[in-house]
Design a protein around this ligand. Structure first.
Ligand SMILES: Cc1cc2nc3c(=O)[nH]c(=O)nc-3n(C[C@H](O)[C@H](O)[C@H](O)COP(=O)(O)OP(=O)(O)OC[C@H]3O[C@@H](n4cnc5c(N)ncnc54)[C@H](O)[C@@H]3O)c2cc1C
Length: 400
């Protein structure tokens, strides 16, 4: 019987896993490397309808809905402002709830609060550095020299996971997606679009997206194609003023409000490289497993990373609740989750490539996009992604 779990990381997957473990009768404790909070990098993200549906299983959907705003649709545009097509970020749930856009820090905080309010213990300033299977338990060692022991260890430590390397020292490293990202919140710019819909622009030199929040602030992000990954020192050397100036130059020839929004944002998030993790051969070993971005990180373009992390947490808890050993539960979890997440990763990689197209690729992309959008708007693949629904009471099945 599995009674206790060490959860590494308090981003999205960590608190969700803690809530799910507690619901399954397993005692969780969460260890987060950050000394104070795990507000994470990145400005905002979309929790798709499947993610909201999964949060509902944990009773954590309301907290997230309260901090976000609905964004069900996307309009894609070319650099001249021509509409290339419309898409969806999710489906409408039976009670009318739609996909939500939320600041990353608010999502982390909402999940953390839900878990803390239910008595789940969090320890901050605990960076996992090692872990070992001791036969009938797993022992974790932290950078400050402290240790913890439990029946299982769940790595929710993100795309640059330490747990992943402990499970399999030969695990592939995350891949640089040839994109840098930044973003901000603009005040006092009227962009003429309704709250609730994203405008996404394939600019001449870079990709730009924005949505109007209910308070009329405009939330925006920029994706800059860059073939080789810049080092930390190079990125840190870009001053906020330089970043703003180079963004203004990049979007100077594009139709749309990109430059007005960049100019009207008090702060601009430092440039961050985007990493993805496609096929990870080994998700678990003995009493340790990785979930969320530590196991599979789709391109952020998918709008699915956070939602998949919450789904993972629930499926894993059900497997641990219903199957007799950690190994049987982990194998069942992997069998249930791998096909879904890898399909979404492949689909997201294709969209990601359209953001890094060269001059010739851009012409082809803009010409083909309306037809592609029409074909995919209601495709089976999209429906499979968004319609995914988890029943807490349905028993987990052992892997074949
Ligand atoms: C720019 C950007 C935009 C995105 N947009 C979207 C979107 O629109 N929709 C969507 O669904 N997803 C989006 N994503 C992806 C989404 O953010 C991730 O899929 C999600 O955060 C994964 O959650 P996680 O808990 O697995 O990892 P994280 O959220 O990365 O959390 C990992 C946590 O582990 C902690 N940690 C790391 N190492 C250790 C250690 N050794 N010991 C202890 N703690 C450790 C970290 O401090 C962090 O708090 C986006 C990502 C980026 C970068």
């Amino acid at each position: 019987m599995i009674r206790s779990a060490l959860i590494i990381g308090a981003g999205v997957a960590g608190p969700a896993a803690a809530l799910a473990m507690q619901k399954a009768g397993i005692d969780p404790i969460v260890f987060e490397a950050d000394p104070e909070s795990a507000d994470g990098v990145g400005v905002f993200l979309t929790v798709a309808s499947n993610g909201i549906d999964a949060l509902r299983v944990l009773g954590a959907d309301r907290a997230v809905l309260a901090a976000g705003f609905p964004t069900p649709g996307i309009t894609l545009r070319s650099s001249t402002g021509e509409a290339l097509g419309v898409g969806k970020t999710g489906q409408t749930l039976p009670d009318g709830t739609l996909s939500q856009t939320i600041r990353r820090s608010d999502l982390y905080r909402a999940l953390y609060r839900q878990a803390a309010d239910r008595g789940i213990r969090f320890e901050h300033g605990k960076r996992l550095v090692a872990a070992e299977d001791r036969g009938n338990a797993v022992r974790a060692v932290f950078a400050d020299g402290s240790e913890a022991t439990a029946d299982i260890l769940i790595g929710c430590d993100g795309v640059h996971s330490t747990v992943r390397r402990i499970i399999d020292p030969a695990a592939p490293a995350p891949a640089y997606a040839r994109l840098l990202t930044t973003g901000g919140y603009a005040r006092g710019v009227r962009v003429g679009t309704e709250p609730g819909s994203y405008e996404m622009i394939f600019g001449k030199r870079a990709f730009f997206g924005y949505a109007v929040a209910p308070d009329a602030d405009v939330w925006w992000f920029a994706n800059l194609a860059r073939r080789t990954e810049p080092g930390r020192a190079e990125l840190a050397a870009v001053s906020p003023g330089e970043l703003r100036r180079s963004l203004l130059e990049l979007y100077a020839d594009d139709a749309g409000p990109a430059n007005a929004l960049i100019a009207a944002s008090p702060d601009i998030m430092p440039l961050t490289p985007i990493h993805t993790l496609g096929h990870l051969p080994t998700w678990h070993r003995s009493r340790m497993i990785v979930i969320g971005d530590a196991a599979h990180a789709p391109s952020p373009t998918s709008g699915q990373g956070a939602s998949l992390s919450v789904e993972d947490a629930i499926v894993l808890a059900k497997c641990l609740r219903d199957l007799p050993t950690p190994q049987a539960a982990f194998a069942a979890f992997e069998a249930a989750r791998r096909p879904r997440v890898e399909k979404i990763i492949k689909w997201a990689a294709r969209i990601n490539n359209s953001k890094v197209a060269g001059p010739f690729g851009r012409v082809v992309r803009d010409a083909m996009m309306p037809a592609i959008m029409k074909m995919t708007a209601d495709s089976k693949a999209l429906r499979r992604t968004f319609d995914y629904h988890l029943e807490w009471d349905a028993p987990a099945r052992a892997a074949a």
